[in-house]
Write a protein that binds this ligand. Structure first.
Ligand SMILES: NC(=O)c1ccc[n+]([C@@H]2O[C@H](COP(=O)([O-])OP(=O)(O)OC[C@H]3O[C@@H](n4cnc5c(N)ncnc54)[C@H](O)[C@@H]3O)[C@@H](O)[C@H]2O)c1
Length: 266
């Protein structure tokens, strides 16, 4: 046997036989991640507040027993517990968790007028939701030697005015990433994706679906030459969930077409 094994061929179905839970998986980035997991041979349990959107996914995907949906509110522990139990009952194993559900609008108004209830709402969905789902999925993920991916945001690193609650929730997710990686290893790897501008209009439920209205300037301001898509995030999530990323944990991956490395002076 040679000391250096021959280069492995690229596996087009790296998630075959694996089961991945995806919060907020019925629309937007979460739906993109779910379709990427299905495309990589895996099965998905999507959870979402919007039951109509969840049912539409199952009807459109026609993935048979490889896709399931249950209504979920990530901010409520009882709902999270039921969702994880349903996934376990449905598939008999859990290999991956993608904590994607979030209040995606970063603008909450001037800090001086930000109500505590509004601040708490952002934190409850965007950060506490990831904690609750991780807490309830972890025993099964440990058994399967699985992986967690948190969907944070480049707004964990940089801001526009009046976005404190959203930015704090996403910064919290990046800290949760390294904390969990240390606690959940060696059985479970934990990483985060920090998306930049991702156009999700075409990834909504059928009656809310729109062609994205993007100008040439919107695309051109990105060093990569375009605004991002849910597929861009799905591709990275599949890699992080797969054994190909077996030596990668506790890391934050920016997927933003290069916007955060572009120096800007007014
Ligand atoms: N779109 C972007 O440009 C962008 C950029 C960076 C980060 N993100 C993050 O990516 C994630 C997805 O964003 P998106 O743009 O696809 O949003 P979206 O609004 O298009 O989709 C979010 C989905 O999550 C669901 N959801 C909301 N609250 C929930 C809850 N409490 N429990 C369960 N499901 C819930 C919604 O019903 C919806 O289907 C969010 O965490 C967002 O902060 C988005």
């Amino acid at each position: 046997m040679p000391l250096t094994p021959a280069t492995a061929e690229f596996d087009a179905s790296p998630l075959r036989g694996r089961v991945v839970l995806i919060t907020g998986g019925a629309q937007g980035i979460g739906r993109g991640v779910a379709q990427a997991v299905l495309g990589a041979g895996g099965s998905v349990m999507i959870g979402d507040l919007d039951a109509e959107a969840g049912r539409a996914c199952l009807a459109e995907w026609q993935a048979g027993e490889r896709a399931a949906f249950r209504r979920l509110d990530v901010s409520r522990e009882a709902s999270v517990r039921r969702w994880v139990e349903a996934a376990q009952a449905c598939f008999g194993r859990l290999d991956g968790l993608v904590n994607n559900a979030g209040i995606a609008d970063p603008h909450s108004g001037p800090l001086e007028r930000l109500e505590l209830a509004q601040w708490n709402r952002y934190l409850a969905t965007n950060l506490t939701g990831a904690f609750l789902c991780s807490k309830h999925a972890l025993p099964s993920l440990r058994q399967a030697r699985g992986a967690v991916v948190h969907i944070a945001s480049t707004r964990a690193l940089q801001s526009e005015p009046d976005t404190e609650a959203y930015a704090a929730s996403k910064g919290g997710l990046t800290a949760l990433t390294h904390a969990m990686a240390v606690s959940a290893g060696p059985q479970v790897r934990v990483n985060a994706i920090l998306p930049g501008w991702i156009a999700t209009d075409a990834w909504r439920k059928p009656d809310a679906r729109r062609r994205p209205k993007l100008s040439r300037r919107d695309h051109a301001q990105h060093p990569a030459g375009r605004v991002g898509t849910p597929e861009d995030i799905g591709t990275l999530a599949v890699w992080l969930l797969s054994d190909r990323a077996g030596f990668v944990t506790g890391q934050c991956f920016v997927a933003d077409g290069g916007m955060t490395v572009k120096m800007q002076y007014a």
